[in-house]
Write a protein that binds this ligand. Structure first.
Ligand SMILES: Cc1cc2nc3c(=O)[nH]c(=O)nc-3n(C[C@H](O)[C@H](O)[C@H](O)COP(=O)(O)O)c2cc1C
Length: 163
């Protein structure tokens, strides 16, 4: 069975809850990035999660998390990204953090999987949207919480198909 590790940063628990739902669906381990070590990147698929704070910035725990990413070689490694944001209150920086994580993973040599068409979302301005796709799973528990379970379930299938 493929080894999938989920590493997330979450301040008020929304991204943590999504990480745990994903972990259950994927038979994966979910761990806060604050508790992660380089060994946690040794998996068939590494899933990185962050909410977006400030004005389009990574969740706080990812400051140390980025330093950890900078110290590991992700060449040939499959990486997927996800996160929660607020597409109404922050319509021009919606889930920017997952765009930052995707760029960092690619810079470290990873192959990004799990892109999601940006249809059905209200926000159009985001660092996380490239050519009409989100770089990963975008969740909005502030305005579209009712869609979160289905979005997570569909994404879990996408990730399984990428293995
Ligand atoms: C001060 C503040 C700044 C925020 N900035 C953004 C932002 O720039 N973009 C965005 O999509 N969401 C933003 N949000 C919304 C959070 O990302 C959202 O509430 C998220 O679900 C929190 O997830 P967490 O509980 O996992 O940390 C902001 C929220 C607050 C309170």
């Amino acid at each position: 069975m493929a080894k999938i590790n989920i590493l997330y940063g979450s301040t008020t628990g929304a991204t943590e809850a999504a990480a745990q739902q994903l972990a259950t669906l994927l038979g994966a381990e979910a761990k806060p990035i604050a508790a992660a070590t380089a060994d946690d990147f040794d998996a068939d698929l590494v899933v990185l999660g962050s909410s977006t704070w400030g004005y389009g910035e990574l969740q706080d725990d990812w400051v140390a998390g980025i330093a950890l990413l900078d110290a590991v070689d992700l060449t040939g490694r499959k990486v997927a990204v996800f996160g929660t944001g607020d597409s109404v209150g922050f319509a021009d920086t919606f889930v920017n953090a997952i765009g930052i994580l995707a760029d960092k993973a690619i810079e470290r040599g990873a192959t990004l999987v799990g892109q999601v068409p940006a249809v059905g979302y209200s926000a159009v301005e985001s660092l996380a949207v490239r050519d009409g796709n989100f770089v990963g799973l975008a969740l909005d528990d502030t305005n579209e919480a009712d869609q979160t379970p289905d979005r997570i379930a569909a994404w879990a299938k996408t990730l399984q198909a990428s293995l």
